[in-house]
Write a protein that binds this ligand. Structure first.
Ligand SMILES: [Zn+2]
Length: 268
C-alpha cells in the first residue's frame, strides 16, 4: 500500500520547501538549495491546469491520477472503534499569514506537536480550503482547516477541522484574528505582530475519522495519515463568506475510497 522510494523523496522535497519557506517567513536566514533549481510547476483548481489535469502537468504529479489512496474522500465510517484520541500540545506562535496562490497559510514555529499512537508529529503549518475537501456521509461543509504535521521519519499526519456557518455562532478570538489578517493577493504576506494558538481552532471534542490518504494538492503523495475531527466548528456567516470569497473553490474533488477502511472513533 505504501509506494516507497519516489513518494518519500517527493514528500521530503515538499517538507524542505515548507521548511525553507517557514524559515524565510520567520525572518531567520534562508537555507540555500542550489541543487534544487526546478521552478514551481503551475497548477490551479480549474480549467486546463485544474485537478483533472494535475497528473499531466509534470511526471512528479503522476500519483494524482495513478494513486489508489488519494484524498479527499467522502467519510462514511466502515468501522467504529474506541481509538486513543490525538493528544495536542500546541503553543502560541507569531501570527504570520501567507497567500501562496493556492490557499492562505500560517507557518507554525517549532515546538508544537500532536501525539498519535505514541508518536510525535510536529505541527508545520495550517491552511484553509473553501468549500470543504472532505465530505461526511456525502455532505460537504462550508470550509476546512488543515493542520499539517510531520514526524521524524518524514511521515505526514493532517488534522482536518470542518467549518460551518452558523448565524448564532459567537466569534472565536483566534479565528477572528486570522480572518482580520488574510492576505488578498497571491504572494502577499501579513505579519500581524500578534500570536495565535492552533489549539483554539479545534473543536472541544477530539474524536476523529481516520484513514490513510494523500496530499490533496500536487504532487498528491500518499501515506498521509488523515484525522478528520468528527465535530465541526461553527463560525459566523460573515467569516465563512470571507473565506469563500478569498479561496474561491480551492477544494480538490472527492477521490475514490477504493478498499480503504475509514475508522470512526466513538469514544470521547
Ligand atoms: Zn489542505
Amino acid at each position: 500500500m505504501k509506494p516507497q522510494f519516489l513518494p518519500m523523496r517527493i514528500i521530503s522535497f515538499f517538507i524542505v520547501i515548507a521548511a525553507t519557506y517557514l524559515s524565510l517567513f520567520a525572518g531567520t536566514p534562508a537555507i540555500a538549495h542550489p541543487s534544487n533549481p526546478t521552478p514551481e510547476i503551475h497548477w490551479t483548481y480549474q480549467d486546463a491546469t485544474g485537478p483533472d489535469y494535475w497528473a499531466n502537468l509534470a511526471p512528479e504529479f503522476a500519483t494524482c491520477k495513478s494513486g489508489k489512496n488519494q484524498s479527499p474522500v467522502n467519510l462514511t465510517a466502515t468501522e467504529s472503534a474506541d481509538l486513543i484520541n490525538p493528544d495536542f500540545h500546541y503553543e502560541s506562535v507569531p501570527l504570520n499569514v501567507l497567500n501562496n496562490g493556492h490557499t492562505v497559510q500560517v507557518p507554525y514555529a517549532p515546538g508544537s506537536y500532536v501525539t498519535l499512537e505514541g508518536q510525535r508529529y510536529n505541527l508545520l503549518q495550517f491552511h484553509l480550503h473553501s468549500p470543504s475537501e472532505h465530505a461526511v456521509d456525502n455532505q460537504p461543509w462550508d470550509a476546512e482547516l488543515h493542520l499539517v504535521h510531520q514526524n521524524d521519519e518524514g511521515d505526514l499526519a493532517v488534522v482536518a477541522v470542518l467549518l460551518q456557518k452558523d448565524d448564532a455562532a459567537s466569534s472565536s478570538g483566534d479565528f477572528d484574528q486570522l480572518s482580520k489578517n488574510l492576505p488578498v493577493e497571491a504572494g502577499d504576506k501579513v505579519r500581524t505582530g500578534k500570536t495565535i494558538n492552533a489549539q483554539n481552532l479545534l473543536p472541544s471534542k477530539t474524536t476523529t475519522y481516520r484513514y490513510s490518504g494523500s496530499l490533496t494538492t500536487p504532487p498528491c503523495s500518499e501515506s498521509v495519515t488523515w484525522l478528520v475531527m468528527t465535530e465541526p466548528v461553527s463560525l459566523p456567516a460573515e467569516q465563512i463568506a470571507q473565506y469563500e470569497k478569498l479561496l474561491d473553490h480551492n477544494n480538490r474533488p472527492l477521490q475514490q475510497l477504493n478498499s480503504r477502511p475509514v475508522q470512526m472513533d466513538i469514544s470521547p
